[in-house]
Design a protein around this ligand. Structure first.
Ligand code: AVJ
Length: 334
C-alpha cells in the first residue's frame, strides 16, 4: 500500500486519491526502451490516452463503423435491472472509468433496486475522475464517490475495502488489449478484489466477420488512424522525440489465428527518429511496422477459459441479438 500523493474532500461525499507520481512517465520511458529496440517494434496501447488521445477515442466511439461502444451500452440498458437484482450490489468499482458514460445505466439500476451506496472510479486521467465524481454526486443524492487516480495495471491494491456486495466493472472490451498470458494474470488480480458475494462485469468484443472488424479499426473518416498516430505525438512531447507522425501509415488487420485485431504504424519511407530524453535513435526501414495495439476478440469458450484460469465462473453471458459484443457476469468459483 503506497500513500496517495493527494487526498481531497471537496465535500462529504467525494474523495479522490491520486497515486500517479511520475511512475507513468517512467513506464513510458521503459516501454519505449524495451519496445523500440526489439526486432519487431512494439508499444503498449495504454500510451494512446493523453488528453488528445482520449478525445479521439471518444470520437471513435461515435463512428458508424465502431459498433462496440453502442452495442455494449444497448446490452447494459437491456440487462441492467437484472444485473442489479442478481448482484444486490452496494458499490460499483469501475476500472478505466473514463467519462463514466455507460456507468449511469448501472448506477440507475442499482439506485432503483435500493442497494447503491458508493461508486469507485479508477482511471489514469485525473480530470475525468474528478469531473465524473462531481457530476455523479450531484445526480445521485445518496451516492458516495471514492475516486482512485491510477493505472489499473499498477494500482488495483489501492481500491478501498468494500462497504458491501460489489460489482467490479471492466467495460469496453479493454481486456482484449492484454496478450493471452498477461490477460489471465490481470484477471487473477481483479479476482482478488472480489469476495464471495461479489461479481465481475466484463465487456468483450466477439469474433466476427473480418471485414466488419477491420472496418471498425480503420474508419472512413480516418479518426482511428489519427488515434493510432497519436502515440507518436505523445512520445514527441513526453520524451522530447522527433517522430514524424505523417511518415507512418495506419494499418489494422484481423489475425485469424490469434483472433485479435492488430494496429500498426507502417513507415512510409526509411527514417530515423531521435528520442532525446533517452539518448537513443530509432531506425525504421521503408515499410517497417511498429505494433501499437492488439485487441483480442472473444468466443464464449475463450472468455470462459480465461475466467476459469483466474478462479472465476460465468454466471451470465449477455449478448446483443447479432452477437457482436458480450458482457459476462462472473464470480469466484464456489
Ligand atoms: C478501448 C481498448 C476497447 O480495442 O477497441 C479503438 C481501443 N483502438 N479503436 C479497442 C481502440 C482502436 C479499444 N479499447
Amino acid at each position: 500500500m503506497t500513500t496517495p500523493t493527494e487526498v481531497t474532500r471537496p465535500h462529504g461525499r467525494v474523495r479522490i486519491d491520486s497515486y500517479l507520481d511520475g511512475g507513468g512517465e517512467r513506464s513510458l520511458a521503459d516501454d519505449v526502451l524495451d519496445g523500440l529496440t526489439r526486432p519487431f517494434k512494439e508499444l503498449p496501447p495504454k500510451h494512446f490516452y493523453d488528453a488528445r488521445g482520449a478525445e479521439l477515442f471518444d470520437r471513435i466511439c461515435e463512428l458508424p463503423e465502431y459498433y462496440p461502444t453502442r452495442t455494449e451500452r444497448a446490452i447494459l440498458r437491456e440487462r441492467a435491472d437484472e444485473i442489479a437484482a442478481e448482484t444486490g450490489a452496494a458499490e460499483l468499482v469501475e476500472l478505466g472509468s473514463g467519462t463514466a458514460a455507460k456507468t449511469r445505466v448501472l448506477l440507475d439500476a442499482l439506485e432503483s433496486a435500493g442497494t447503491l451506496r458508493r461508486y469507485i472510479p479508477l482511471d489514469v486521467t485525473e480530470s475525468m475522475v474528478r469531473m465524473s465524481a462531481e457530476t455523479l454526486v450531484r445526480e445521485y443524492p445518496d451516492l458516495a464517490v471514492h475516486g482512485v487516480v491510477g493505472d489499473f495495471e499498477r494500482h488495483l491494491n489501492e481500491v478501498p475495502e468494500p462497504l458491501g456486495p460489489r460489482i467490479v466493472a471492466f467495460l469496453g472490451g479493454t481486456i482484449g488489449n492484454f496478450p493471452p498470458g498477461s490477460r489471465r494474470r490481470f484477471l487473477r488480480q481483479i479476482a482478488r478484489l472480489l469476495g464471495p458475494e461479489d461479481f465481475l462485469l466484463m465487456g468483450t468484443d466477439l469474433v466476427k466477420d473480418p471485414g466488419v472488424l477491420e472496418a471498425a479499426y480503420d474508419d472512413a473518416q480516418g479518426v482511428t488512424a489519427e488515434f493510432n498516430r497519436n502515440v507518436l505525438h505523445v512520445l514527441n512531447r513526453e520524451l522530447d522525440a522527433d517522430f514524424d507522425p505523417e511518415g507512418f501509415e495506419h494499418v489494422a488487420l484481423f489475425d485469424e489465428r490469434h483472433e485479435w485485431i492488430e494496429m500498426r504504424l507502417r513507415a512510409r519511407r526509411a527514417q530515423t527518429a531521435t528520442v532525446r530524453a533517452l539518448d537513443m535513435t530509432v531506425d525504421f526501414d521503408a515499410g517497417e511496422e511498429l505494433r501499437t495495439e492488439i485487441s483480442a476478440k472473444f468466443t464464449l469458450e475463450r472468455a470462459t477459459g480465461d475466467l476459469a484460469a483466474a478462479g472465476l465462473e460465468l454466471v451470465h453471458w449477455l449478448t446483443d441479438a447479432d452477437e457482436m459484443f458480450a458482457l459476462s457476469l462472473s464470480r469466484l468459483r464456489g
